[in-house]
Design a protein around this ligand. Sequence first.
Ligand code: TXA
Ligand code: MG
Length: 322
Amino acid sequence: MTERLAADAAGIARAAALLAAGQLVAFATETVYGLGADATNASAVAAIYEAKGRPRFNPLISHLPDADAAFRHAQADARAARAAASFWPGPLTLVLPRRDESDIAALVTAGLDSLAVRVPDHPVARALLAATGRPVAAPSANLSGRLSPTRPAHVLAGLEGRIAGILESGACGVGLESTILDLTGPRAAILRPGGVSREALEAVLGPIDLASGTGGDVKAPGMLASHYAPVLPLRLDAETPEAEEAWLGFGPEPGGAAAVRLNLSPAGDLVEAAARLFDALHELDDTAIAAGLRRIAVARVPLRGLGVAINDRLARAAAPRG
Ligand code: TXA
Ligand code: MG
């Protein structure tokens, strides 16, 4: 089921073709093996979450062949340009404001207006990115809750049969994930320690904050990211829309008065629903506010497969905000 590809010209070309067709391909970076998908294809990105069995939509890192390509999707200030010049290609991920014109799917950023970009330093990753010609979203290529893989055998142990292909190229050199540096605020902050040390970054950028909870803990940086939530309150597990509500459907449309409606997947397909979730929330929020509505009612989404992550994100979006 999973094509085991040699990391030669033919294998790279096959892997790029699989990615272009919306399939998932694992490949080596200098840090760990990544599970790649075309970042501009929301269904392919949804498939990453399904293959990993991730119960949450953490935002993903977009991999690009060079800084120019990265900064076409994310806005670089002087600090970002300096960091890129010093550490790219290499194990550094920059979180930057996302550009409006970027065609990276909203599911990659979990609806946030920031974007994590990285230029990996591994010949196979670089060849794949060059051949693909598009941003590649890639979390570590392990099942959710498992260790990040540094060898093809680790990847296959968890994901064989769940992904279309793997480019097999031996062990990764760094073996530790990239350092994630948040440059969206006035002070640079490390969200996840990794392959580039704080000292090395500070030598180039000056003092850097270590976000609380990152003291060597590389498990939960996603929890530090502020989560996208619509402006209007949500009412979950709704059966039909009530007065002054917009409707976000899943499966067959109910009756009811709501004039402002969207459906995540009329056919009840969870991968399609995941792919549309953040775009749909943004669009429905805007339209409902413009129409003077007060709330968004959301149909029940089943708690299986990608429905677990969809429900997690809806519950966060519906939680009272402080
Ligand atoms: O070394 C690495 O970074 C590997 C290789 C494959 O590149 N990738 C990796 O991805 O470790 P992943 O998905 O396991 O971790 C990405 C982390 C997530 O924890 C997420 O919270 C954070 O990056 N992240 C992504 N976008 C973000 C954003 N816009 N704001 C804050 N954090 C973000
Ligand atoms: Mg990971």
